[in-house]
Design a binder for this molecule. Structure first.
Ligand SMILES: [Fe+2]
Ligand SMILES: [Fe+2]
Length: 140
C-alpha cells in the first residue's frame, strides 16, 4: 500500500478552479481523505480511524453547502444538477459512515480510493464548469 509515500503540500494545479475559498476547501477535503487513508495504512485503532472519517464526512457537507450558496448567489444555471450530484455523494458517504459506526463494515482503502476518485473527478468536471462561469463574472 503506497497511499502515503508522496504527500503533496498543496492542491495540484489541475484541480484548481481559481476561486480562493473553493480551492482552499478542496485542499482540505483531499487532505482529510489522506488522513483517513493514513490512519488505516498505519493500523491506527477504530477510534482514530472513525474520528478521521467522521471529520471527512462532516466537511463534505460543509463544502457542498458553501459551494451551493455561492452558486445560488451568482444564479448558476446548472445548480439543480450540481446539487443533485452533491446530495447523492453526501448520502453515500453518510451511509458508509453509519455502516462503519455500526460495525457493518470496516474503513477500507478501496472505499477511500473511491471517495477520493469521486471528489477529484467532481472537481475536474462539474466544479471546473461553474469555476469558468464565476470567473467570467469576476469572482476570484
Ligand atoms: Fe467542490
Ligand atoms: Fe461541487
Amino acid at each position: 500500500m503506497n497511499c502515503c509515500t508522496e504527500t503533496p503540500t498543496e492542491l495540484p494545479e489541475k484541480l484548481k478552479i481559481g476561486i480562493r475559498g473553493v480551492d482552499d476547501d478542496h485542499w482540505i477535503l483531499l487532505s482529510l481523505v489522506r488522513e483517513v487513508q493514513e490512519a488505516v495504512a498505519h493500523g491506527h485503532g477504530k477510534e482514530v480511524t472513525h474520528k478521521a472519517l467522521d471529520t471527512l464526512v462532516a466537511y463534505v457537507r460543509v463544502h457542498f453547502n458553501r459551494e451551493e450558496r455561492i452558486l445560488r448567489h451568482h444564479q448558476f444555471p446548472d445548480l439543480a444538477a450540481h446539487k443533485a450530484a452533491h446530495d447523492s455523494f453526501a448520502r453515500q458517504t453518510m451511509e458508509y459512515f453509519v455502516d462503519v459506526q455500526g460495525g457493518v463494515t470496516d474503513v477500507s482503502q478501496d472505499m477511500l480510493a473511491y471517495l477520493k476518485k469521486w471528489i477529484v473527478e467532481h472537481i475536474m468536471g462539474m466544479d471546473q464548469e461553474y469555476g469558468e462561469y464565476l470567473r467570467e463574472r469576476g469572482v476570484r
